[in-house]
Ligand binder design. Structure first.
Ligand SMILES: Cc1cc2nc3c(=O)[nH]c(=O)nc-3n(C[C@H](O)[C@H](O)[C@H](O)COP(=O)(O)OP(=O)(O)OC[C@H]3O[C@@H](n4cnc5c(N)ncnc54)[C@H](O)[C@@H]3O)c2cc1C
Length: 497
């Protein structure tokens, strides 16, 4: 009889784990508290408008990357899914001047030089480094000691080609994005570059991000987040896996330091092992009768800086294809979100995306970054939650309408998702969906299994910062490799698709 594995969560990590478990000969059941798959990789509809609530770019979308093979293996991508590579990828407007991040490094360099010749030294250095960093891609590896049907390989030539970038890494990793961009004299370049990843993030994210784009990666798969999750769920079910929707796991059942199932609605559902993809930071405290007190878990509790947002979506009864597709612009009168003044307003305009809005209309979204959890929580408690959401939406609409008069009076639907919304759906720490990779320089990575409890594995965005879709994928796959190693099964994957 096949060994049964229960997966907690049908986000990208849980679906990945379920697929590899099925492929490797386990009987996998996913318990998902929501009624749809995808977790943070999602979108929603309001009055005929679709709001993309998840990814803006996918690392591994290019067939040239090792990760692409995994995305294909789990059914997220296939030949029928077209990939849209937005170019310019990012733009920033400051006092009437706009700067762009182009994917072509020479074009980027010339554009930057035309904006700010006095920043020549820094521009040339950055562009040289971006070129070096294009040789780095997230590796696909097998864990030590696992039996695999086909080994994941990394050619020596790829490792050698990464060396020049690795040597430059120490320069970036010792500083935050805003510290690094202080080297630039031009305010528009300074802001453009730091806004790609956010002030607080580690500067390595800047070169990594632009290099990913420059190497032809980081595209947006047709249909977006929810369609991608649906393809993965379909693949899982086609392999014989089962998803139990609307069923939240309240605890992992543990006896004598061994997990033997999960508890759902007070009922014990037995299994041979459990893969937890709920935010690890929450799971270690809430999903076990006794919180996990291992050194790595304590480190996670101390060090994680959650990345969270308040997400505003608008349905506009106007064709906005004359507006930029993605722009962050500076404002003199800040947008107040949870008492925090935002002098940079960014938006995504989906006018050119078929099916995201009724004919001749447009969906717009904006993620206001920042830890506003406590504010929204207190609004919920004092009864002003709805009112504050409306105030925020109205201010945002007014700022945008002032800048783009074609929007004024045309907004027919708005939606605000706060960190409380994300918390409700994802059961993640403060509703966060990634972690900030800050100035503490080294990448934080956490184990896939605890030492104190057997038959339990962890996966998901929180295990390697900054997280995101590639980490969800990689850790889901890795959890199954540990499961295979522990149960003497052969991990099936790594196939050419
Ligand atoms: C606005 C936004 C933009 C983003 N942009 C990008 C981007 O451009 N590129 C990128 O790579 N990443 C991006 N991300 C991040 C990315 O979407 C997430 O990091 C990733 O989807 C996390 O996947 P996961 O499976 O680890 O976790 P989750 O998506 O959180 O999945 C966990 C799942 O488990 C379920 N669950 C939790 N607890 C329980 C329980 N006890 N019982 C049952 N079910 C449970 C939840 O309902 C959820 O479905 C973005 C996220 C957001 C919100």
């Amino acid at each position: 009889m096949k060994k049964k594995v229960i997966v907690v969560g049908a986000g990208i990590s849980g679906l990945t784990a379920g697929i590899y478990a099925q492929l490797s000969g386990f009987d996998a059941v996913i318990f998902e508290s929501h009624t749809i798959p995808g977790g943070a990789s999602t979108s929603w509809k309001r009055k005929g408008y679709t709001f993309e609530g998840g990814m803006h770019w996918l690392t591994g979308s290019s067939v040239k990357t090792p990760l692409n093979k995994l995305w294909r293996e789990v059914g997220a991508l296939d030949d029928s899914v077209s990939i849209y590579n937005r170019d310019p990828f990012f733009s920033y407007e400051y006092k009437g001047q706009t700067a762009y991040v182009y994917r072509d490094i020479d074009k980027l360099k010339n554009h930057f030089l035309s904006i700010s010749p006095e920043d020549k030294t820094e521009i040339i250095r950055l562009c040289k480094d971006i070129k070096k960093f294009t040789k780095i891609s997230m590796p696909v590896m097998d864990i030590k000691g696992v039996k695999v049907e086909e080994k994941a390989r990394m050619p020596l030539s790829s490792i050698i080609s990464m060396l020049p970038a690795l040597r430059r890494m120490s320069f970036y990793k010792g500083q935050r994005a805003d510290e690094y961009t202080d080297r630039f004299k031009s305010p528009v370049l300074k802001n453009l570059i730091k806004n790609i990843i956010g002030d607080e993030s580690n500067a390595t994210g800047i070169v990594f991000t632009i290099a990913t784009l420059a190497s032809g990666d980081g595209g947006y798969p047709e249909g977006g987040s929810l369609a991608m999750a649906a393809r993965m769920a379909k693949r899982f079910e086609a392999l014989g896996g089962k998803i139990e929707y609307g069923k939240a796991v309240s605890k992992v059942a543990v006896k004598d330091n061994k997990a033997y199932g999960v508890i759902v609605n007070g009922e014990i559902i037995p299994s041979d092992s459990v893969i937890v993809t709920q935010d690890t930071l929450v799971a270690i405290d809430k999903l076990f009768d006794n919180p996990i007190e291992e050194p790595w878990a304590n480190r996670m509790r101390e060090r994680i800086k959650p990345m969270l947002s308040t997400f505003i979506s608008l349905g506009v009864e106007a064709d906005l294809s004359d507006m930029p597709e993605m722009l962050t612009f500076s404002v003199d009168e800040p947008l107040l979100c949870a008492g925090i003044a935002n002098y940079n307003i960014g938006f995504y305009n989906y006018a050119d995306y078929k099916g995201y809005a009724p004919e001749g209309c447009t969906s717009i979204t904006s993620a206001i970054m920042g830890d506003t959890y406590d504010f929204w929580k207190s609004c919920k408690e004092n009864g002003t939650y709805k009112e504050e959401k409306q105030k925020l939406a109205e201010t945002f609409i007014s700022i945008l309408s002032k800048k783009y008069p074609q929007i004024a009076g045309k907004v027919v639907v708005w939606d605000v998702a706060t960190p409380l919304t994300y918390e409700r759906y994802l059961h993640s720490y403060k509703g966060s969906w990634m972690s900030i990779m800050d100035d503490s320089s080294s990448m934080q990575a956490y184990p896939s299994k605890p030492e104190s409890i057997q038959n339990v594995y962890f996966a998901g965005q929180r295990l390697v910062n900054p997280g995101g879709l590639p980490v969800a994928l990689d850790t889901g796959r890795r959890a199954v490799q540990y499961l295979c190693r522990d149960t003497d099964m052969v991990f099936m994957g790594n196939k050419e698709i």
